[in-house]
Design a protein around this ligand. Structure first.
Ligand code: AMP
Length: 628
């Protein structure tokens, strides 16, 4: 079947289409209705069906192929490697599930996972899925203020963490960050389960903290059956940044997610049971959830869990892993490839990469130079895919498992089956039909299986955030600008809101501004994303001070400000520059003109300044930039 027929069927006969895809997973009880769209804008999939994500990812494979590799852990941080077969994985997941159960965790309880890239992170996620607990994984690079707000919002019964992570051979103790976060949060978890890697000493808080090895030893060989869950039950929440400082808990279901991922593995990521998949992301991000943990395992593949950087011990490391583990599909982000290109353009030479069928890149714009360099270097197709934490799986790409369509330079591909992608004029609400004309990328209902159900405990925020961007139209806004060409290929042209993308990590400028504003000498602050050759964008801050002259020691103050951001949010959000300015450009109604600041910082024309309260403020900043 051609891709266009496949796509058309998904849109014109969605019930038949998704019923067929649903056969890729095991059901404990069949669903009675494929889709329920009666409560707009909430779409529900596979009504009355009962299943379990962990059963589909682990047990069903352990039954038929127990000795196949399931989880390949490789850490260049601590120089360790461990391979778990499906049998081993089942045993470890049951031990973790029994441990959580012994602490009183049951269906619907939240378990917050704040972990480095170690197997126990995967065990904990799958254990939650097994017993119907809702996991909330928080990226290990986040510091205590970010972590505290997530603990507050998720109100977990138990937190699973580790003594420390490691990045570039530097040990990062997690326990003090976690203790600090719990102290700041009004919600206190009943227990903290700690995986002791013996990287950093830690002290247990009596009656609260439990060493995982000790707990595990008491729970080994306890069978924990997979709880049959409703397809519409919640599998997890994952926090993501938006325009406001408060992170949103993206909430996902069980059945829709299982089917969407299983289908994407087949049609997009060229999955075959027994093969290996290597996604270089982190379990704390959506790519980690979908394509390190659930997707590959649902497809019966081995998944590579890599703790380390792309360039340590040397820039060949990833290609050594591809050769060693016979990786067939690899998933990474453009920034990582740009780093490799810069560090060691010949790093893949001499490695047998013949197992690799394709490299998938996502998370940020893929520039043509990077794309063609890596595809020539590896001699495999490079497939861009565009999506968001909210969608959970690709919205735009070229599903090669259906038809190997040609790529186009700069394009993220075609609308993926199940997605009614439209380009709309944000001010008139009219569709943009002219090829090449830019508009807001929106999605019409129904949103396909796997898409977020709502914002955790805040349906109103879900509606207000995503469904009210275009006048007179009830469409989901992606907050990305883009356009389609005459063949329907889509091109992404950047965010329409105040979200920036640093090395594939999505950050809200509001969050960084709030952190900088906690500094006593700061009066006002604006943060913008500025183009960067390697990271795509970096955060740049413009600060006015309460007292003129306080910037005399600008170097020290810049250091203090950067440190605040690092300690409160995490190193990913650290501004690359802090500029001290006399005034910030604003509209007459007092709205910060971040776009004008961004233009100046990138050496572009800031455009129409007629709405500006005080154009001199911007001119002054421009002069400062010209002086360097
Ligand atoms: P996140 O939710 O962290 O995955 O970030 C999603 C955002 O990253 C999208 O809304 C886009 O702005 C950007 N993004 C993701 N994938 C791509 C891509 N392939 N090309 C361009 N931008 C992308």
């Amino acid at each position: 079947m051609s891709y266009s027929e496949f796509y058309r069927r998904s849109i014109e006969q969605p019930d038949d289409f998704w019923r067929e895809q649903s056969q890729l997973v095991d059901w404990f009880e069949p669903f009675t209705q494929v889709h329920d769209g009666s409560k707009a804008p909430f779409d529900r999939w596979f009504i009355d069906g009962k299943l379990n994500l962990c059963h589909n990812a682990v047990d069903r494979h352990a039954q038929v192929r127990p000795d196949d590799r399931a989880l390949i852990w490789c850490s260049t941080e601590v120089d360790q490697e461990k391979i778990y077969t499906f049998r081993d994985l089942l045993q470890e997941v049951q031990a973790m599930a029994a441990s959580l159960r012994s602490l009183g965790v049951t269906k619907g309880d939240r378990v917050l996972i704040y972990m480095p890239m170690i197997p126990e992170a995967v065990f904990a996620m799958l254990a939650c899925a097994r017993i119907g607990a809702i996991h909330c994984v928080v990226f290990g690079g986040f510091a205590s203020v970010s972590l505290a707000s997530r603990i507050e919002d998720a109100s977990p019964k138990v937190i699973v963490s580790a003594d420390a992570g490691s990045r570039g051979a530097k040990v990062i103790p997690y326990k003090p960050l976690l203790d600090g976060a719990i102290e700041q949060s009004t919600h206190k978890p009943a227990h903290v389960v700690l995986v002791d890697r013996q990287l950093a000493p830690w002290q247990a808080v009596p009656d609260r903290d439990i060493d995982y090895a000790t707990l595990r030893a008491t729970q080994l060989d306890q069978p924990v059956p997979c709880t049959p869950l409703d397809a519409t039950d919640i599998s997890y929440t994952l926090y993501t940044s938006g325009t406001t400082g408060k992170p949103k808990g993206v909430q996902r279901d069980v059945g829709g997610y299982a089917v969407a991922l299983a289908a994407s593995m087949k049609h997009i990521f060229l999955a075959k049971p027994g093969r290996s998949f290597f996604a270089t992301s982190d379990v704390g991000w959506v790519v980690g959830h979908s394509y390190i943990v659930y997707g590959p395992l649902l497809a019966g593949m081995a998944t590579v869990l890599y703790e380390g950087t792309p360039i340590r011990p040397d820039p060949s490391i990833w290609w050594r892993l591809v050769e060693k583990y016979q990786v067939t599909s690899m998933f990474s982000a453009p920034t990582a490839i740009r780093v490799l290109k810069k560090e060691g353009p010949t790093a893949s030479e001499g490695y047998d990469l013949s197992s690799l069928q394709a490299l998938f890149l996502a998370g940020e714009p893929l520039d043509e130079t990077t794309s063609s360099w890596v595809s020539q270097t590896l001699q495999v197709p490079v497939i861009d895919n565009y999506w968001q934490t909210e969608s959970g799986w690709p919205i735009l790409t070229l599903p090669r498992g259906v038809e190997p369509l040609p790529t186009k330079a700069g394009s993220t591909g075609l609308p993926v089956y199940g997605y009614k992608v439209r380009v709309m004029d944000e001010s008139t609400g009219k569709p943009v039909t002219e090829p090449g004309r830019k508009g807001l990328i929106v999605l019409e209902r129904p949103l396909p299986p796997g898409f977020m159900q709502t914002v955790w405990q805040d349906d109103t925020r879900f509606i207000n955030t995503y469904w009210q961007s275009v006048p007179g139209q009830s469409v989901y806004s992606t907050f990305d600008w883009g356009y389609q060409d005459e063949d329907g290929y889509c091109f992404i042209a950047g965010r329409s809101d105040d979200v920036i993308n640093v090395a594939g990590h999505r950050l809200g400028t509001g969050e960084i501004e709030a952190s900088i504003a906690t500094n006593a000498s700061v009066a006002e602050v604006a943060v913008v994303g500025v183009k960067d050759d390697v990271k795509g964008q970096v955060a740049v801050a413009f600060v006015t001070l309460k007292q003129a002259g306080a910037a005399d020691d600008a170097g020290t103050l810049q250091g203090t400000i950067c440190k605040t951001v690092e300690q409160q949010i995490g190193a990913v959000a650290r501004p690359s520059h802090v500029y001290f300015v006399e005034a910030l450009p604003k509209t007459r109604s007092g709205k910060l003109l971040r776009r004008a600041l961004q233009a100046v910082a990138e050496g572009r024309d800031p455009g129409d300044l007629s709405t500006m309260e005080d154009p001199a403020a911007l001119q002054h900043i421009e002069q400062q930039f010209r002086k360097g």
